[in-house]
Design a binder for this molecule. Structure first.
Ligand code: 4G0
Length: 265
């Protein structure tokens, strides 16, 4: 194994996940950016299974909802014991923020990811069934977060999304080219320009000439123009929030003129 140590003294964020499916969650530590973050000791990952904190012979973690209705609800006590174990485990974790992943939570975005990445620790609670006893949420959850307006069969995939997004923000995790790249979306607030690689001609479609011409200033302007054009077409609300430079405004003006030209034909 090619393990690098934490000799540059970047802080390590501890993320614990409370889940009935620990192997599913730990699979994010095995490869890619999160795997690298764990190897480089920027991220430590642990899981706590509520089933291990049950006291009955059937190891029951869920029960029928009071008031009736379909489905099951996760019981408060096994979850509380699992959360407490996570918080007691190490010093970083006792100051951890306890987060519940649910469709009712605050929407995750780049800003929230950066906030989470600055914390010493996170305990992510992944629910199953129709959710969790409200009294557990009231007493033990600091923050409820949603990764988007859709329902998953469990909070595990949402927790894994949070882990991946946070790991990318930790210092010393992304390579130089990757971190430069993320400056374009997060840093400029614009969508990415299109990318091309070999071959130069593919099924009759040519790579835009400017990209093979070697003029770096022309390439920079073309890419920025494409970013502006895409953002205007696909995410106009993002463009509205930006403070545009005179160069940005000139490029948008060019886009506007080209559009008018095309509709004249
Ligand atoms: C809590 C998060 C958790 C309540 C979790 C379901 C989507 C997200 C879960 C429910 C999740 C998300 C009420 C169905 C587990 N699905 N969008 N599923 N209910 O972040």
């Amino acid at each position: 194994m090619t393990e690098q140590n934490n000799s540059t003294e970047h802080p390590t964020i501890g993320i614990s996940v409370v889940t009935l499916f620990p192997a599913l969650v730990m699979s994010v530590a095995g490869s890619g950016v999160t795997g690298r973050a764990v190897e480089r000791q920027r991220l430590s990952l642990a899981t706590y299974n509520p089933r291990d904190y049950t006291t009955d012979t059937h190891r029951t973690v869920d029960d029928r909802p009071y008031g009736g209705g379909p489905g099951m609800v996760m019981m408060a006590e096994p979850l509380e014991e699992a959360i407490d174990s996570a918080l007691e485990e190490n010093s970083a974790q006792k100051d951890a923020l306890v987060v519940y992943l649910s469709p009712q939570g605050q929407r995750l975005d780049h800003n929230l990811v950066c906030e989470l990445a600055q914390l010493p620790g996170l305990v992510l609670v992944a629910g199953r069934y129709e959710g969790v006893d409200e009294r557990l949420l009231e007493s033990r959850i600091d923050r409820e977060i949603s990764i988007g307006d859709y329902v998953l069969s469990g909070g595990e995939l949402a927790a894994m999304v949070v882990i991946d997004a946070v790991a990318r923000q930790l210092p010393g995790v992304l390579g130089h080219s990757d971190s430069a790249k993320q400056d374009t979306f997060a840093g400029t607030g614009l969508l990415e320009h299109p990318q091309y690689t070999r071959p130069e001609q593919y099924r009759g479609m040519q790579v835009p000439e400017v990209l093979t011409g070697g003029n770096h200033e022309d390439i920079r302007l073309w890419r920025k123009k494409k970013s502006l054009e895409r953002t205007r077409q696909r995410r106009p609300e993002l463009l509205a929030q930006l403070e545009l430079s005179s160069e940005d405004r000139r490029l948008l003006q060019e886009i506007e003129v080209e559009k008018t030209d095309r509709s004249d034909n």
